[in-house]
Design a protein around this ligand. Sequence first.
Ligand code: MEV
Length: 326
Amino acid sequence: MKKITASAPGKVILFGEHAVVYGAGAIALAINIRSFAAVHTIPEDHLLIRAQNINLSQKIPLKWESLEQQMNQSKALGPILKCCLQIFEKKMPTTGLMLDLWSDLPIGAGLGSSAATSVAILGALNAFFDLNLSHEIISSLAFQAERLVHGTPSGIDNTVSTHGGAIFFKKGLMKPLKLRSEIPILILNTNIERTTGFWVEQVRKSYREHSQVFANLFQSVDKISQKGRYLLERGNLRELGALMNTNQGILEAMGVSTPELSDIITGVRRLDIYGVKITGAGGGGCIIILCDPRKISDTERQLKQIYDIQQTTLSRKGVKIEKTIS
Ligand code: MEV
């Protein structure tokens, strides 16, 4: 039995969420927390999808119309089937298939779990059917699945998950960044549920009402990301932290930091750290903290008494094959 297992990393956005949707630069880091997809043949003429993290198990006849219908009807299956159908357009399976999905990333918490899942699925199917798709193609197919989940995404999540490492991203442009040193980050999960699509829409409404004000905020974020890129490549973590705090101020001005988030951030800022901000769409989800690498374990211990917190580092690898059984 042929079986391929692939994985793809989640991400944190160091600078530029929301503004990136309007063309500003942003910086994202792939992290060492991943989503996985395994594919193998089964005797029945079906596509069997099992997604452990969302307790989903669904059997769909391997017919184009049935797959398409499910894609349009089911919110949970939509992006998964979008990935499958884009691959089946290139190669329709001649036997039944089982697609097993699981993830170490929290769902809907700003760490790019949906993009990482799509990229892992595409990575597994790409290898399973020997399609030899480039990273650029995998990322662009994952982007189509992201559009089903988030409406009008910028493409930063699928791009960093596919390529891995640290990237400077602007719509239509991706530059891998060379880091001088490790950049250990603390991720604090507020466990406040939210959806990216909702908060992207909130910012869109505010932008419509106050176009000039918001255009200026986006421009400031663009400047922050450019400066951030320079500091990151030079390993100046202290100044990076200061810029994260400035970016957080702008996210508050955009209205995506709720009172609960702002309270947590104010508390964290009292500790001996370099910077703290929301990562991703805001409204809940995760907060990232940058501090002196020599003090990170101490800070983690202090925060662990109150919060759900973990340390992570950069994942240099994007999508990768974990295991092949032929
Ligand atoms: C999502 O990780 C970041 C947002 O900027 C949306 C996007 O870029 O697609 C909020």
